[in-house]
Design a protein around this ligand. Structure first.
Ligand SMILES: C[S@@+](CC[C@H](N)C(=O)[O-])C[C@H]1O[C@@H](n2cnc3c(N)ncnc32)[C@H](O)[C@@H]1O
Length: 363
């Protein structure tokens, strides 16, 4: 047999097999009994369930990375804040939950500070290292629970919930739902949440000239080329408008006096009590280009014990990023009024945030 007749034979055979498979598939699909057997109906999941799963998986995976843990442990402002908070507030004999123990460092601080019993919970495999940290340092009164905190069940209520669930957007590590769940189920009525007072800032600001990246349609003279026609193609997704790659060299100054856009006390807050629309007004005290809103947080234990990710604070805790919510550029003068509106669907998910800023001339 020649090579070309072998080729013809194999091509025609494969065509017949494919045609046979197509006929069989059509028959299966057409038969209600066989269809469900071969193609079982998929469980329909709500978009919220999908989103929660995606976030949970990200959260678990991200914190197994040792470098993520190193960055937190090397952040001296963060570590000093938590070490002082724990040594000041944990009483001898306290029963403590360490929510999201990571490497187990806060549980170990609590144990050394005199806690009677610590329950250290983490849903990521990093908890294996936390167990080792306790073992090699002779810490014996910490129970490690490798579950998501919503699955933590204890036979007693505790005096303190300790946590570090602070995201770059403050709430984006699900601090509020996670802490509230434990508070409502497992904290004694007069128990302490450490830390409990948080402020979220969303400040109008101007960028350094050499770090400014205008929207593409704002570039009307790139060596004589005008991109303003691109305004027709403005992206709709908010992800595009939230600048993620910011470093400390970006922000030049705030345009007004910073004030929190939202304050929460975890002892009393509930998810449903958090407003889904917040407004702030600013009188411009320093002129400049309005480039966007810089998002950062402050946590407070006592007046002299605070932690901040403010990009202009030399004592900021350096491992937290800060985010910029971009706005169309406009020049503002001293005395002008700015009104920012932030609308959110879910505080834990910055992709659901939407913002705008109105501007009025002064006198
Ligand atoms: C920002 S890290 C803090 C780690 C450690 N507490 C520290 O201060 O170094 C947050 C940790 O919480 C864990 N985590 C987040 N949400 C959790 C939850 N709902 N249940 C259990 N662990 C959680 C993560 O896996 C991660 O290890």
């Amino acid at each position: 047999m020649s090579i070309s007749s072998i080729q013809r034979f194999t091509v025609s055979l494969s065509q017949r097999v494919r045609a046979g498979c197509t006929r069989l598939r059509k028959r299966l699909v057409a038969s209600p009994r066989l269809h469900d057997w071969f193609y079982p109906p998929e469980k329909i999941r709500s978009p919220e369930e999908e989103e929660a799963d995606k976030y949970r998986q990200f959260n678990v995976d991200y914190f197994t990375d040792l470098h993520a843990q190193e960055r937190m442990l090397a952040d001296q402002q963060r570590m000093a804040f938590y070490h002082q908070a724990i040594t000041r507030k944990i009483q001898k004999g306290d029963r403590v939950i360490d929510l999201g123990t990571g490497t187990g460092i806060l549980a170990a601080f609590a144990s050394r500070a005199g806690a009677g019993q610590v329950y250290a919970v983490d849903h990521s495999s990093i908890i294996d290292h936390a167990m080792e940290l306790a073992a090699v340092n002779g810490i014996e009164n910490v129970d490690f629970e490798d579950v998501h905190s919503s699955k933590l069940y204890l036979e007693e209520k505790v005096d303190v919930i300790l946590h570090e669930q602070i995201g770059d957007f403050l709430f984006d590590e699900a601090m509020v739902p996670n802490v509230c769940d434990l508070r409502d189920r497992l904290l004694k009525p007069d128990g302490l949440i450490l830390p409990s007072e948080f402020e979220l800032f969303c400040e109008p600001m101007t960028l350094h000239d050499d770090r400014r990246v205008p929207f593409i349609w704002e570039l009307n003279d790139v060596y004589g080329f005008d991109f303003s026609y691109m305004e027709r193609s403005r992206p709709k997704d908010s992800e595009y408008y939230g600048l993620v790659s910011c470093d400390l060299g970006f922000v030049k100054h705030f345009l007004g006096e910073p004030e929190p856009i939202l304050s929460v006390d975890l002892h009393t807050v509930t998810e449903s009590s958090m407003p889904l629309k917040v407004k702030l007004t600013r009188k411009v005290t320093r002129a400049g280009m309005l480039d966007g809103l810089v998002v950062y947080m402050k946590a407070k234990v006592d007046n002299d014990l605070v932690l901040s990710s403010n990009p202009l604070d030399p004592k900021r805790a350096p491992h937290w990023g800060f985010r910029i919510l971009r706005l169309d550029q406009s020049d503002v003068e001293v005395g002008d009024e700015l009104e920012v509106t932030l609308t959110v669907k879910d505080w834990s998910n910055p992709e659901t945030w939407d913002w705008n800023c109105g501007q009025w001339g002064g006198e």
